[in-house]
Design a protein around this ligand. Structure first.
Ligand code: ADP
Ligand code: F6P
Length: 492
């Protein structure tokens, strides 16, 4: 990664690799999710350190496997191990039962257990201690995602004077939703301890600024060209929008590979020539999978002439399986798939093929190549990389993208995709019909537009634009401890 003259110290909840127990020995696999897909191509590009959690019991063997992995790269992986209680309260609890649902506008799913907040602070402190140990003068400390919003506050307490940057991968809610968070002032104030704070979209940046106006009255806010400057006595933070992306060329090259093309033909053949709709998601309630299945059911109910001619392939990668809402979601999806297949299936035709596992890159690309239509319909998403991957993989400039208007990616891809409200069952069913009927010339026109946008705004452009803000942004030095600054905050 390139940011400035120094190295980059990446701090994220998870390391980019997960250590798995093989039959003989431990081995590493890429971790699931958008953050890792996005940042991995940057890893090989320059020197640095990546600090993150390994979801395993600490052991010298794990440390050795990670050291071996690091030795083959420019980047050194530094594992953080959490106790079972820390995992439960910090990761499952505060991160994924408070911040995740609230920031995706699903406040009724939140569990505001106060012990989760204590764990959030304690674990952020541990990440900060490791970052303080690793960061050298001139390094950029680059913290990622909602789990670690309080890391800069801890680093300031530890008197770390490097530039501190933060990128927020998920949506940031407006004040009417954010105000439910019992620790709202603390989180906003902690974010202002970073020199640079980046969001996925202008909408998220606007929401963050609106929350500051409500809950941090001492903040002075000025808009300058494409970013916002937030001043408080003794400190300044630059706030910007930087839409994350993928390594377009890597996906396009991979998709053109002969073995991938052959596998794509095999998939098409196995579906007996049916038009193929594809969903690819982490198994998460924000991805709108039950809502998508309802829309497909409605489509089948209203288009009996297409029975036997259209198939939905839904691929999900298991995620956050220790959290009850995710366990419930898994059962709900399985139930809906079997109901729909039971109601409409016929000998020789299965309406929905459900794949519940992680696919390796060539297999994933083959599915993208084979799919006539991608259904990317999250209820809310910071960005969503699946839709960008689908476009990059459509090397023949065809295929139709049906995209939720609530995905961050809709800001960039609205002119080529068919935008839908994922809650509107009939509208999604109608978009499926429109995608199936679309003339080839229109498909090509739209897909060329989509691919041009993803190609030009790729992950390297994201890194360069974020890092140039980070390299030139203000450098806040040795701020007073958080507790001393609290009385200046005024609640709305
Ligand atoms: P999130 O960050 O919420 O996980 P994104 O859409 O941004 O959502 O990123 C998801 C990433 O996970 C993408 O890179 C996608 O290719 C990958 N992915 C999702 N499902 C699977 C699967 N079943 N097998 C392999 N990769 C998957
Ligand atoms: O972007 C959302 C995010 O939390 C990322 O940090 C991560 O890539 C992905 O979802 C997977 O989540 P988890 O690390 O909880 O499995």
């Amino acid at each position: 990664m390139k940011a400035n003259e120094g190295r980059v110290v990446v701090v994220s909840n998870r390391l980019p690799v997960t250590v798995e127990h093989g039959p003989q020995r431990l081995h590493v696999e890429p971790s699931a999710g958008g953050l890792v897909t996005a940042l991995r191509p940057l890893l090989d590009d320059s020197a640095g350190v990546w600090i993150g959690w390994v979801d395993s019991e600490p052991s010298p063997e794990i440390e050795r496997v990670l050291e071996e992995y690091s030795a083959r790269r420019n980047f050194t992986l530094k594992p953080i191990f959490l106790t079972p209680e820390e995992k439960s309260r910090f990761y499952c609890g505060f991160s994924n039962e408070v911040l995740w649902p609230l920031f995706h506008d699903l406040q009724s799913r939140c569990n505001f257990d106060p012990t989760y907040w204590d764990a959030h602070l304690a674990v952020n402190e541990r990440f900060a201690e490791m970052a303080a140990t690793e960061a050298q003068s001139g390094d950029l400390v680059w913290v990622h995602d909602y789990h670690l919003m309080s890391v800069a506050a801890s680093l300031r307490r530890l008197e770390v004077n490097q530039r501190l940057s933060y990128f927020h991968h998920i949506p940031f809610p407006g004040p009417d939703i954010f105000e439910k968070l019992p620790w709202r002032e603390e989180i906003l104030t902690a974010l202002l301890d970073f020199d640079v704070v980046g969001f996925q979209t202008v909408r998220d940046r606007r929401n963050f600024i609106a929350c500051l106006r409500h809950f941090v009255k001492a903040a002075e806010i000025k808009t300058e060209e494409d970013h916002v400057i937030v001043d408080e006595p003794g400190r300044r933070t630059v706030v910007g929008a930087y839409p994350i992306s993928i390594d377009f060329n890597e996906f396009a090259r991979g998709a053109s590979d002969e073995a991938v093309s052959m596998r794509a033909r095999e998939i098409t053949y196995d579906l007996n020539g049916c038009t193929m709709l594809l969903g690819v998601d982490r198994l998460d309630y924000t991805k709108g999978i039950p809502e998508r299945l309802s829309a497909f059911r409605h489509f089948l109910e209203t288009h009996s002439e297409l029975h036997g001619k259209i198939t939905l392939v839904q691929v999900v990668v298991p995620s956050r399986e220790d959290i009850p809402k995710y366990v419930e979601l898994k059962s709900e999806i399985q139930r809906m798939v079997s109901e729909i297949n039971g109601q409409f299936g016929e000998p020789g035709w299965v309406p929905i093929h459900y794949i519940h596992r992680s696919l390796d890159r060539p297999e994933l690309l083959a599915y993208y190549r084979a799919a006539d239509v991608a259904l990317v319909t999250p209820l809310k998403d910071g960005m969503n990389l699946v839709c960008k991957e689908y476009c990059a993989a459509r090397v023949n400039n065809d295929g139709v993208l049906v995209l939720s208007e609530f995905a961050g990616a809709a800001f960039q891809l609205h002119s080529g995709a068919l935008l839908v409200n994922p809650y509107h069952t009939r509208a999604v069913a109608e978009a499926i019909r429109r995608a199936c009927d679309m003339p080839l010339a229109e498909k090509r026109k739209r897909m060329r537009r989509l691919r041009a946008r993803v190609r030009s705004e790729d992950i390297f452009r994201w890194r360069d634009s974020f890092c140039s803000s980070a390299a030139t942004g203000p450098l806040q030095i040795a701020k007073p401890p958080f507790e001393q600054r609290l009385p200046r905050r005024v609640s709305a």
